[in-house]
Design a protein around this ligand. Structure first.
Ligand SMILES: Nc1ncnc2c1ncn2[C@@H]1O[C@H](COP(=O)(O)OP(=O)(O)OP(=O)(O)O)[C@@H](O)[C@H]1O
Length: 137
């Protein structure tokens, strides 16, 4: 059976969707490859995931961790976007470039601090229990 123009349109839409997906993954891999902080967030995420399983945290706690982890990673990606745009626009030293990069980095910092506080609130009891067991050994 011959493909109709409707079929061709669907194929074009699917191809364009996968092309966009490929570009988005290229962006993600670029940030992972170039940003040490991003690799740190991922490593921390894996450790937190392991602790979450070990201490059998609640559904609400998993959701909280997921939201904090997700936003920290997203802010790190945006930070890299800002850095690249600034470098594209200005190659020499410029006070506005400095402020743009510093404030963009501050977004990640503020959220990372809130993430750390949330992790402490979630795991503090489990860690205290573990500490007591170790001390009593
Ligand atoms: N063109 C510029 N003019 C003035 N200051 C700049 C400029 N480019 C970078 N800086 C300063 O140097 C810092 C580091 O910038 P750089 O582009 O090296 O980011 P980075 O080391 O990748 O940062 P991060 O570790 O947050 O990803 C910036 O936060 C800013 O204070």
């Amino acid at each position: 059976m011959k493909p109709t123009s409707g079929d061709n349109k669907i194929i074009r839409v699917i191809r364009s969707f996968f092309r966009s997906l490929k570009h988005a993954f290229n962006g993600l891999f670029y940030v992972i490859k170039t940003e040490r902080n991003m690799r740190f967030h991922i490593l921390l995420g894996i450790i937190v995931f392991a602790f979450g399983i070990k201490f059998d945290i609640s559904y609400f706690e998993w959701t909280t961790i997921l939201i904090f982890f997700g936003f920290t990673v997203v802010f790190e990606i945006f930070n890299t976007t800002i850095e690249n745009i600034v470098d594209l626009l200005i190659s020499e030293y410029n006070m506005n470039a400095k402020r743009a990069k510093d404030t963009s980095a501050a977004c990640v910092l503020v959220f990372a601090i809130l993430y750390a506080v949330a992790l402490c609130m979630i795991f503090i009891d489990d860690f205290l229990e573990l500490f007591k067991i170790i001390v009593n050994l």
